[in-house]
Design a protein around this ligand. Structure first.
Ligand code: HEC
Ligand code: HEC
Length: 432
């Protein structure tokens, strides 16, 4: 039972909630267990399927859990791993404000902000699977891949601190992600750092999993868990060879779990990406001077032709293009292949959310999830949307992108629906 950690109990001033919770605890005779981070079972199962193995608990699963708790602590007691530049990513003071059960210190310093505001959607581990998640579309973000959509940096690089802070402050309009603008700046700062903490932890977990799942554990497995090949292989070894392999395996695990190796080989490169994300911000050139009317006409032509936008967004820009029939985002594609749905059941049993189709946006609504400032829309088109299939428009020059920005922001919502460009008439779908 997690009664005393339930985030549902409202504001900090509601001391009655605590008394009540304590009473319930006494009545039903349960003490609340400390919150735990969940292992990434989806990624583990995926590795097992891909490699045709069963992960060995002692050699492949437990060491990862140990490294993670040594480096990052627990949801109640966060740790800042000792890696160069980590102070550019987060610090213990702020992590403590966001972590732990919800409440406050005697001096009023808040605690448990993440559990108060975010956990019911994003989950304790940041896996995007809080209790509310299943009802939402799009689903809340799983922070553990380290991938973000609404950012100023190129695909493949983490968002900047400002990107994350803006998303948390402004929310993501048109989705369930609320705005937290009314929180004091310090609290938004703490939450921003905590999102990075959960991301970094999740990315380390994935990278370790790649490494550990590569270890050949056939010699140490109980015989009934070996695959046929493993059985044959082990049968072909002499007792000395088995001993030798076991020793090798032990020293491989020992090396991989050595804190110095973890920090330098695994954590340092990840931390560097987060600490220096600001260097990867896509520069935005000055908007060329032009009459709006002309810019809209050029932008419109680029949208339907050279830009290739209509292939997904559709001839009417309602988000119904031909390419987008079977679209799922990267978070879903990890466990769902629409061409081979046979594995889905196994992932759902491990807690994966039922796949939701990813729709190219209906651009007629003029809703910009990543922000509606010209610069936001410029970044979107220049860099694409990470994890969500929208590609970077590499074929367009900087100037051309500005025209498309104009068209998307100020032309499209008012453009006539019934008159797609003449040269495209033959591709128009029949509408009722
Ligand atoms: C009611 C549910 C809900 C709550 C509460 C919520 N979020 Fe979200 N959050 C979402 C959804 C849904 C998305 C996905 C939006 C999308 O895909 O565009 C999201 C996305 C995000 C993103 C990713 C944005 C990006 O660029 O990809 C971050 C970061 C984030 N939330 C942080 C937080 C933090 C921090 C809190 C608490 C202060 C919080 N969220 C509370 C639903 C929620
Ligand atoms: C391969 C498919 C694809 C192509 C090509 C494509 N998009 Fe998108 N686009 C998407 C998807 C999918 C989304 C919704 C992503 C989401 O909300 O997670 C989207 C969202 C958008 C958004 C909304 C951004 C926001 O902040 O909410 C804009 C604007 C946009 N696209 C413009 C364009 C333009 C302009 C082009 C051509 C240069 C283009 N797209 C090409 C798939 C595509």
């Amino acid at each position: 039972m997690h009664i005393s950690q339930a985030p549902e109990f409202g504001g900090r001033h509601w001391a009655g909630g605590l008394v009540l919770t304590a009473l319930i605890g006494v009545i039903v005779g349960c003490s609340s267990e400390p919150a735990k981070f969940e292992p990434n079972r989806i990624a583990m199962h995926k590795a097992e399927i891909t490699l045709g193995i069963t992960l060995d608990p002692k050699y492949q699963v437990e060491p990862i859990a140990k490294i993670l708790s040594d480096s990052f602590g627990t949801p109640d007691e966060p740790i800042v791993p000792e890696v160069e530049d980590i102070d550019q990513v987060f610090d213990l003071e702020h992590l403590k404000m966001a972590a732990g059960p919800y409440g406050s210190e005697e001096d009023g310093t808040p605690r448990g902000l993440y559990r108060q505001h975010c956990v019911h959607c994003h989950g304790i581990t940041g896996n995007g699977r809080g209790p509310t998640a299943a009802f939402l579309n799009p689903y809340p973000r799983d922070f553990r891949m380290g991938k973000y959509k609404w950012k100023s940096t190129k695909t493949g690089t983490p968002p900047t601190h400002d990107d994350l802070r803006r998303v948390i402050s402004d929310g993501v309009p048109g989705t369930a992600m609320p705005s937290f603008k009314l929180l004091p700046a310090e609290e938004i700062e703490a939450l921003t750092q905590y999102v990075k903490y959960l991301s970094l932890r999740g990315e380390l977990e994935r990278n370790l999993l790649l490494e550990f799942s590569d270890l050949d554990c056939s010699v140490v497995k109980p015989a009934d868990q070996r695959t046929k090949e493993e059985q044959e292989y082990v049968a072909s070894l002499s007792p000395e060879e088995i001993q030798e392999e076991t020793d090798d395996l032990n020293s491989a695990v020992e090396e991989l779990t050595d804190p110095e190796v973890v920090n330098e080989d695994f954590l340092a490169p990840l931390v560097e990406g987060w600490a220096y994300a600001f260097e990867d911000v896509t520069e935005v050139p000055e908007k060329p001077e032009s009459e709006l009317k002309e810019s809209l006409a050029v932008g419109r032509d680029l949208f339907f032709n050279k830009g290739g936008c209509a292939t997904c967004h559709g001839q009417s820009a309602l988000g119904d293009g031909q390419t987008a029939e079977n679209f799922y985002d990267d978070w879903t594609e990890e466990y769902y292949d629409p061409k081979d749905p046979s594995q889905l059941e196994g992932f759902l049993a491990l807690g994966a959310l039922p796949p939701r189709k990813l729709d190219p946006r209906n651009l007629r609504l003029g809703n910009f999830r990543g922000g509606r400032r010209p610069v936001d829309v410029y970044w979107r088109i220049r860099n694409g949307i990470e994890g969500a299939k929208m590609p970077a428009a590499q074929q367009l020059s900087e100037e051309e992108i500005w025209h498309v920005v104009d068209y998307v922001r100020r032309g499209l919502p008012y453009d006539s629906l019934s008159q797609p460009p003449e040269h495209e008439q033959e591709n128009v779908r029949v509408r009722n």
